[in-house]
Design a protein around this ligand. Structure first.
Ligand SMILES: *Cc1c(COP(=O)(O)O)cnc(C)c1O
Length: 458
């Protein structure tokens, strides 16, 4: 056998530092702002996050050491294989060479444990006993429950109501790892009670669940609880860069050139940042690469929403972040890509788009499910509905390479498997799914709040 399907790294070849793109991005990064419109100091975040993570959040060091204990936990499933998608290439008849990082091999089934183990570690180091968080489709809640179980921390997860009802297996995973999972909005927080009083039948949203989780952390009288966020923030992007750093080493191992195209789906931006940021460093330094962030047309944060200052949650408990945002009160349409329905986007990813380093793309769900099925029937793994967005874009690029007769190298992030998301596939096969655009009326309604906020530097 001469074809090499999977490119592995030895455990000792795992990257020992994360890459911080804040050190290299061109343009001025807009700092988070407090309620008075002035940049916030680290102490204002201290009730919410431990100081060691706040230091990472604001760091401009290019390389940050990964602690030994975190490497040990990552080694449960890392280094993740880089896979050559020969069967997909053949199914498409493309001259492109397609590679993907298989992040579905983690215990929770996605890239999210990469930051979960790091965040749990830094909280534990800081003396914290319990973490609260929110989860949409349940991927993040299960990843954090897993990480907390490794370190003996308590974990409490507020899960968006509609997903809580649709995806009972995610809750069971959290419980298997010792976490607790309650539907949001709940009657356990003021933020939740306020929403329930006004909208008793609400399906919930990530914006609401974040408010509940932050409130539950900052109101714990022992002071030993902190909040943890699974995407969007700078330190989360940082922890995910291990994906792209490994991919670079793996491509080098087989003497493959730098990719021509790099693709990831983008909800809050973390798996996209993970695969792309280490390569964006090369792009900043002159390499030619197209880097595509794919989102659902029903939640078009990067392709339609403005770059503006906005809160990360409905109760405005977070500082104002400079990012692409559909407005913190955004209630997403119930499409199945649960992890891609957030109103905001990582400030670092938003900035990279603004600087022209990243091309955003919005796709409809039927094309994405179709792509996921092609992948499952060629490469074998059933992708998460979020991951299908990346695969649909890969298929477009592979077909373009075929038309142009070009031997392109395409790298994408296989962010997770879809074994807990089969209800979405079932609906797709039964013809129950429709394409959905955010209506101009809803767009106006939800983005109106942004007009009251300060303007970021463009
Ligand atoms: C959560 C999730 C996403 C979206 O979140 P990002 O922070 O944008 O990566 C994508 N894919 C999978 C499998 C997820 O679980």
């Amino acid at each position: 056998m001469t074809k090499r399907k999977k490119i592995f790294l030895e455990e000792h070849e795992m990257p020992r530092q994360w890459y911080n793109i804040a050190a290299d991005l061109p343009g001025t990064l807009n700092p988070p702002l407090g309620p008075d419109g002035n940049p916030i100091g680290p102490e204002m975040l201290a009730p919410v996050f431990p100081m060691n993570l706040i230091e990472q959040e604001v760091s401009s060091e290019r390389w940050i050491d990964i602690p030994e204990k975190v490497l040990e936990m990552l080694a449960i499933w890392r280094p993740a294989p880089l896979v050559r998608a020969y069967a997909l290439e053949e199914a498409l008849g493309t001259p492109a060479r397609i590679y993907y990082k298989n992040e579905s091999v983690s215990p929770a089934g996605s890239h999210k444990p990469n930051t979960a183990v790091a965040q749990a570690y830094y909280n534990k180091e800081f003396g914290i006993k319990k973490l609260t968080t929110e989860t949409g489709a349940g991927q993040w809640g299960s990843a954090l429950s897993f990480a907390c179980s490794l370190l003996g921390l308590e974990c409490k997860v507020f899960m968006v109501r509609v997903s809580f009802d649709q995806k009972p297996f995610r809750k069971m995973m959290m419980e298997a790892w010792g976490g607790t999972c309650i539907p949001s909005p709940s009657d356990q927080t003021q933020a939740g009670r306020n929403v329930l009083a006004e909208f008793p039948d609400t399906p919930g949203s990530l914006g609401i669940a974040i408010s509940e989780a932050i409130e539950a952390a900052v109101t714990d009288p022992t002071g030993e609880t902190r909040y943890s966020l699974g995407s969007v923030l700078n330190h989360v992007m940082l922890h995910q860069t291990i994906i792209g750093l490994e991919a670079k080493k793996q491509l080098k191992k087989i003497n493959e050139k730098l990719p021509d195209v790099i693709i990831g789906c983008a909800g809050g931006g973390s798996n996209f940042a993970g695969i792309s940021f280490p390569f964006i460093q090369d792009k900043i330094n002159g390499a030619e690469m197209e880097i595509i962030a794919v989102e659902p047309a029903s939640c078009p944060t990067l392709t339609k929403a403005p770059f503006a200052y906005d809160h990360g949650d409905i109760a405005k408990m977070t500082p104002l972040l400079a990012m692409n945002s559909l407005g913190h009160g955004f209630i997403p349409p119930p499409i199945h890509a649960g992890g891609l329905r957030y109103h905001g986007m990582s400030p670092l990813v938003s900035h990279a788009v603004k600087e022209g380093l990243v091309t955003p793309q919005a796709l409809h769900q039927l094309e994405c499910y179709e792509a996921g099925v092609i992948f499952a029937r060629s490469e074998g793994i059933i992708p998460a509905p979020e991951t299908n967005h990346a695969i649909a874009s890969v298929i477009r690029e592979a077909n373009k390479a075929k038309e142009e007769g070009k031997e392109k190298v395409i790298l994408f992030n296989f962010s997770g498997h879809g074994l807990m998301d089969l209800v979405g596939y079932d609906k797709y096969f039964n013809g129950e799914l429709k394409d959905h655009n955010l209506s101009p009326e809803d767009y106006e309604k939800f983005t109106a709040v942004l007009k009251n906020h300060p303007s970021p530097i463009l």
